[in-house]
Design a protein around this ligand. Structure first.
Ligand code: ASP
Length: 586
């Protein structure tokens, strides 16, 4: 028998029992005639003791063990004289009577400790060793627990988990497809699903009124911190529902997860905010509402004083940083540099301080009188001790920059504590998004999203003002998921395709099977999908989803451990009737 117990299990109540443990050697310490080994497995670490005076041969064997050797040890559980309060097994140790080496190990390229000495690239190359570290392992344990609780909740609410295919025809989620050549159909390609969107809608036509799937999705996009080319969705769809039914059910699901995974009770309804308000007050469709600091528009108060920065701007917006009037010139310079970064994109920063005695100081004091500045301050609800920061320019761009500045100030003021959760629904998204470059409308969510019934009348005359029946769940400034009520009427769907610039033939070619299915009694339906990796990373209090994925890809979409992607053999290419021509720069 390799083991009777795990390395995380034994306590003072086990003293006197004979046990066998198996695991990896974390550390060997020699002190006088004694040798101590920290033995590790998935469950914890237990100290093993070898006494040279009792059994010199066994002790020699222990001294010869290297880091990460796999061993099994038998001995008696004893109370430790020198207790370690930092680990759950710290009151006991095992007095070894037998030891056998199950496998040797090369010296690992980094230490398997919480604070390892391994850099990112090295840890990814040896991800199987990185996963031995408790910090990374805990993230995967959390992921398992969340997945388990999700399934429990959805099962209790009558959802069926149904798998949909991976080799499919393209789904329109707005990204590039990954494609797979078909050997049996030369010259033809499958796409990998960007989401199971079309299949889940077809399942509604089939009468499965509550579907879910923890589904792998693939999008060939440029990668950012919270993006991976393959990721996992908690994908859901329901029939005979309106937006309100969906919001309530999935709010209950998130509350269930918070309760059973984090022991956090949300008793109130999650706040709801329209997309228009989110943009107006936070400059983002995923506002972080852990703190207030809403935007205040002051363009109307600034006109006609020959201050061209404001006069030429479509938009002048302010935020009030409470208690920050003591910011030094240097600190404000740092903020100015921050807003001028290309990722933020502002041209400069205007500030206004209300000193403790009520006097107002401002970087635009030359252009505006103290009385005029006082009116700005009043509109911002600023009082003595507050600092007002102002950006001006084109509306959308300036709102975006002010959003970044607000988040930066929130960070500096300690308002963005990852263990505080502020969920919210963003609703009433626009149906279409205008693209200047291609001079046409795109679906903001996807082409199957239903317009708000009140706005259908504007579809053909003023598409830009049509709201969608679409919603996102946002937590701490991160979009955890989103979805919509779908169009289930084929005429409306045809019109939608037309407005999105699809010819009849193109729509038929891409989505004919869905349009056909809709002719056979499609029920009203809607759904949403959560980014599973994001849900886990938020609950793990991490910024990036990489640390909650067992084998993630790096920023160039590579798996540095198994070296994918890689070229394939000429014979494989031939079989697939493919020829590769690399661009000259390669
Ligand atoms: N398929 C959508 C997405 O991946 C979610 C949905 O509409 O249910 O964003």
């Amino acid at each position: 028998m390799y083991r009777t117990n795990t390395c995380g299990e034994l306590r003072i109540s086990n003293v006197g029992t004979s046990v066998t443990l198996a695991g990896w050697v974390q550390r060997v310490r020699k002190m006088g005639g004694m040798t101590f080994i920290d033995l590790r497995d998935r469950y914890g670490i237990t100290q093993i003791v070898f006494n040279n005076e009792v059994d010199a041969a066994l002790c020699d064997m222990a001294n010869s063990l290297g880091r990460e050797f796999v061993i099994t040890v038998t001995g008696e559980v004893a109370e430790r004289s020198n207790k370690n309060k930092n680990i759950p097994t710290g009151d006991i140790e095992i007095i070894a009577t037998a030891l056998s080496v199950l496998n040797k190990s090369d010296i690992p390229p980094f230490t398997i400790e919480d604070n390892t000495d391994g850099g990112d690239e090295l840890r990814m190359q040896y991800r199987y060793l990185d996963l031995r570290r408790a910090t990374v392992r805990k993230n995967l344990e959390l992921r398992h627990k969340i997945g388990f609780e999700l399934r429990r909740f959805l099962n209790e609410n009558n959802f069926l988990e149904i798998e949909t295919p991976i080799l499919i025809k393209s789904t329109p989620e707005g990204a590039r497809d990954f494609v797979v050549p078909s050997r049996m159909n030369p010259g033809e390609f499958y796409a990998l699903p960007q989401s199971p969107q079309l299949f889940k809608q077809l399942l509604m036509v089939s009468g499965f009124d509550r579907y879910f799937q923890i589904a792998k999705c693939f999008r060939d996009e440029d990668l950012r911190a919270d993006r991976q080319p393959e990721f996992t969705q908690i994908d859901c769809e329901m029939s005979f529902v309106e937006q309100e039914d969906i919001l309530q059910l999935f709010e209950a699901m998130m509350k269930h997860i918070f309760k059973y995974v984090k022991n956090i009770d949300f008793t109130e309804q999650f706040p709801r905010m329209t997309w228009a308000d989110a943009m107006k007050f936070y400059g983002s469709d995923k506002p972080d509402i852990r703190f207030d600091m809403k935007f205040v528009e002051i363009k109307d108060l600034t006109a006609g004083k020959n201050f061209s920065v404001f006069d030429d701007a479509d938009y002048v917006g302010a935020i009030c940083a409470k208690g920050c009037a003591n910011y030094t010139r240097k600190q404000i310079d740092v903020l100015t540099e921050f807003v001028k970064r290309p990722q933020v994109g502002a041209k400069g920063l205007v500030w206004l301080k209300i000193e403790d005695d009520g006097a107002i100081k401002s970087s635009v004091g030359k252009f505006f009188s103290e009385d005029e500045l006082k009116v700005w301050a009043d509109r911002c609800n600023a009082v003595a001790g507050d600092l007002i920061l102002i950006l001006a320019g084109e509306t959308m761009k300036t709102r975006k920059a002010l959003c970044e500045l607000r988040l930066e100030m929130g960070e500096r003021l300690g308002f963005r504590n990852p263990s505080v959760y502020a969920p919210l629904w963003v609703i009433d998204f626009p149906l279409f998004e205008w693209d200047d470059e291609t001079q046409r409308f795109y679906a903001m969510h996807h082409p199957f999203t239903s317009p708000n019934p009140d706005d259908i009348k504007y579809l053909e005359t003023d598409p830009g003002r049509v709201r969608a029946t679409a919603y996102d769940m946002v937590v701490n400034g991160v979009e955890l998921g989103g979805g919509s009520i779908r169009i289930h009427n084929s005429e409306l769907q045809d019109l939608m395709f037309k407005l999105l610039g699809f010819t009849k033939e193109k729509a038929q070619e891409q989505f004919g099977f869905l349009m056909n299915a809709f002719k056979y009694g499609a029920p009203p339906h809607g759904g949403l999908a959560f980014g599973f990796d994001r849900v886990v990373s938020i609950l793990a209090e991490l910024d990036s989803i990489r640390d909650v994925i067992a084998f993630p890809k790096n920023n160039s979409g590579r798996d540095v451990m198994n070296e994918a992607p890689a070229p394939i053999d000429d014979s494989q290419l031939e079989e697939l009737c493919l020829k590769v021509e690399l661009p000259l720069s390669k």
